[in-house]
Design a protein around this ligand. Structure first.
Ligand code: ADE
Ligand code: ZN
Length: 349
């Protein structure tokens, strides 16, 4: 196991520094926890509604933005799913994806593993082909267009049935959708990982990589179940592992990646403030954590904003920031060759 410095919370930095002096240098990194539908910015919601001739239930941007105050995961999911109504055509999905890639490139992202929620589109009458091909068409040229290598993750909604998920996975396999992995997201509490044992077994047999949200709002036992019953390689969020010292020890020993999303946790009230976030304690414990944006259009920031705000609150050392970036690369589902390229770039090569 590597040694990690103690990164106890520090007071806010001096305020007479300019933003440029405070802003940490951008590190080349991998974003591993990103819902493409959560990158739909309010401006794009209005643009797509107009293009598709849809009336929105908000009079304008201000009225929509006023709704971005969340009390928990479900209060966010309600708005997140409602806003997807504007995504109708392949072009809409491609435009949303390209907008994310452009912003991610400016944030230092060099590799992105992008989740999408096919069931949230099929249930509104948008075909699997339309949503998948739209996102995939933008990802197909992400290296040339944005300098970002990409992988697509089909995420399944855990508040729906396993039968629904199996049907969609069959559809994805039948259309030879360019997916590298499956994930599990949506309302966590009351929908434990074991509900999806057959889905994950089938995906593994099909050669797909496996990840699942666990320990965001749900208890540490959901993290254990995701590892032991689903056999996932990564845990999305996982912050509640800190309540179970034996689990922390296991996650450290097995180098299980945890894709942590600090601004998301604040906005969804899983932590009170950023200063209360367990990330420094997770680093100090030797956990394999990375920093990610989750749903940046809803949570006030992309991955660079997450780093900048962490830096402002915790004064992360250069070592911590490099470790977080290196963890993101090591924990990705990219080829060993691509990982080596990314690590070379991180090391100034
Ligand atoms: N933070 C999150 N947790 C669970 N499901 C999600 N879907 C989009 N964002 C999510
Ligand atoms: Zn998420």
């Amino acid at each position: 196991m590597d040694n990690y410095p103690d990164t106890a919370a520090a007071p806010l930095p001096e305020t007479d520094l300019t933003e440029a002096e405070v802003a940490p240098q951008l590190l080349p990194l991998a974003e591993l926890h990103l819902h493409i539908e959560g990158t739909l910015q309010p401006e794009l919601i209005f643009e797509l509604a107009e293009r598709n001739g849809l009336a929105l239930p908000y009079s304008g941007l201000e009225e929509l933005r006023a709704l971005y105050e969340f009390s928990d995961l479900q209060s966010f999911l309600n708005l997140y799913y409602a806003n997807m109504a504007v995504l109708q055509t392949e072009q809409d999905f491609a435009d949303m994806t390209r907008a994310y890639l452009a912003r991610a490139a400016a944030a230092g992202v060099r590799h992105a593993e992008i989740m999408m929620d096919p069931q949230a589109h099929i249930s509104r009458g948008v075909s699997l082909e339309t949503c998948v091909n739209g996102v995939a068409s933008a990802l197909a040229t992400s290296v040339e267009d944005f300098g970002i290598s990409t992988l697509l993750i089909a995420a399944f909604l855990r508040d729906l049935s396993e039968e629904s998920a199996l049907e969609v996975l069959d559809g994805l396999l039948a259309m030879k959708a360019p997916i590298a992995a499956i994930g599990l997201d949506s309302a966590e509490v009351g929908n434990p990982p074991a509900k999806f044992e057959r889905l994950f077994a089938k995906a593994r047999e099909a050669g797909l990589r496996l990840t699942a949200h666990a320990g965001e709002e749900g208890p540490p036992s959901y993290i254990i179940e995701a590892l032991d019953v689903l056999g996932v390689e990564r845990i999305d969020h996982g912050i509640r592992c800190m309540e179970d010292p034996d689990l922390v020890e296991r996650l450290v020993d097995e180098r299980i990646p945890l894709t942590v999303c600090p601004l998301s946790n604040v906005r969804l009230r899983t932590v009170d403030t950023l200063a209360d976030h367990p990330l420094p304690a997770m680093l100090a414990a030797g956990l394999n954590v990375s920093v990610n944006s989750d749903d940046p259009a809803y949570f006030g920031g992309y991955v660079d904003d997450n780093f900048a705000q962490l830096q402002a609150v915790f004064e992360l050392s250069d070592f911590d920031r490099s470790r977080l970036a290196a963890n993101s690369i090591h924990s990705s589902f990219a080829s060993e060759e691509r990982k080596a390229e990314l690590l070379d770039e991180l090391n100034g090569g």
